[in-house]
Design a protein around this ligand. Structure first.
Ligand code: NAD
Length: 299
């Protein structure tokens, strides 16, 4: 059953007519996504004749769904799990970051030629930039090697981070962590290393020597909101940046530990989420998403 629409009080003109560009989101499950609300409100705010819709698509229907982007002359689509890697074989081109991450979250259709991009890493770097912090020349310790961590590491290296020190547990993401190290070494000038998170002395020392600590694991996110990989405030120093990619809850346990340590620059994952959306929005429309407005109405 569809929801009742609110916020439209009169006849719509110039929108949702015969000229509307369609953008999709292909994933399964996906009905919970905030992306349609973000993009459709941004289109409405700027008066752009686009609309963004969710399509519940798993790997089984993906080839036909991607072909439909060409057939229906859609402007593009977002792609999420379980399709981020699987979609690559159906596309014509990849951005350098997408190729390095072996993943796509955004497809752009230029007259039937489909190019895949990954904008999560762009969102991370831009979220720092929004706070006046450049990744260039920085030493970053990070935890994680999954869907969020990989583009964060790759984009940070591409954008001039001096050194990235990755810590991860030896789980099913370890091979991806090793691959991320190899790719960054091959394609960028960034120094990069991988250490097991169980080496807590190395982890502690690395954070002490870093400009930025970024947690891109699922620790701290509901239902693990009472957990953090750093519980001792003395591990942090005041002039560093502590960035948690988690956006629910808004203040994670890790962020509380950093605040207790007196760290001024402590950020949650909302900025990254809005900015990755803004990067996709720009690729489709050529326009800057009104990110302040989106933050105000949604978060
Ligand atoms: P993922 O499953 O792909 O990766 C999870 C990572 O957490 C892996 O590196 C894994 O090894 C690590 N991990 C799991 N259990 C652990 C444990 N007990 N101890 C230490 N490490 C552990 O997940 P993902 O899609 O990369 O999501 C990771 C986080 O990033 C989530 O919290 C998610 O909310 C967040 N995220 C944020 C954004 C954003 O825009 N802000 C976007 C995507 C994901």
């Amino acid at each position: 059953m569809a929801n009742k629409i609110t916020g439209i009080n009169g006849p719509i003109t110039g929108w949702l007519d015969g000229h509307t560009y369609l953008i999709g989101l292909m994933a399964y499950p996906i009905r919970h996504s905030m992306s349609p609300t973000m993009h459709n409100n941004a289109f409405a705010k700027l008066g752009l004749n686009y609309t963004y819709l969710c399509f519940e698509i798993g790997n089984d229907k993906l080839e036909k769904a991607v072909d439909a982007i060409r057939t229906l002359d859609m402007r593009g689509s977002n792609v999420s799990m379980p399709n981020k890697k699987e979609v690559i074989k159906y596309l014509d081109k990849l951005s350098p970051a997408s190729e390095m991450c072996d993943a796509v979250n955004t497809i752009v259709n230029d007259n039937g030629v489909l190019t895949g991009y990954t904008t999560d890493g762009i969102g991370f770097v831009q979220a720092l930039k929004d706070e006046g912090i450049s990744i260039k020349g920085k030493v970053m310790t990070m935890t994680g090697a999954g869907g969020a961590a990989t583009p964060i590491a790759v984009q940070s290296a591409l954008d001039g981070a001096k050194e990235i020190r990755i810590f991860n547990i030896k789980d099913d993401k370890w091979a991806q962590a090793e691959k991320n190290v190899r790719t960054i070494q091959e394609k960028t000038d960034c120094k990069v290393s991988l250490t097991e998170l169980s080496d807590q002395d190395a982890f502690k020392n690395s954070i002490a020597e870093s400009d930025i600590y970024c947690d891109a694991t699922s620790i701290g996110m509901k239902p693990l909101e009472d957990k953090t990989l750093v519980s001792d405030p003395s591990w942090f120093h005041k002039d560093m940046v502590v960035f948690d990619t988690v956006y629910s809850p808004r203040t994670t346990k890790l962020m509380k530990v950093a605040q207790e340590a007196g760290v001024e620059h402590v950020y949650d994952g909302i900025g990254m989420m809005i900015d990755q959306g803004a990067a996709s929005f720009k690729l489709w429309t050529g326009k800057d998403m009104p990110t302040d407005y989106i933050r105000e109405i949604m978060f």
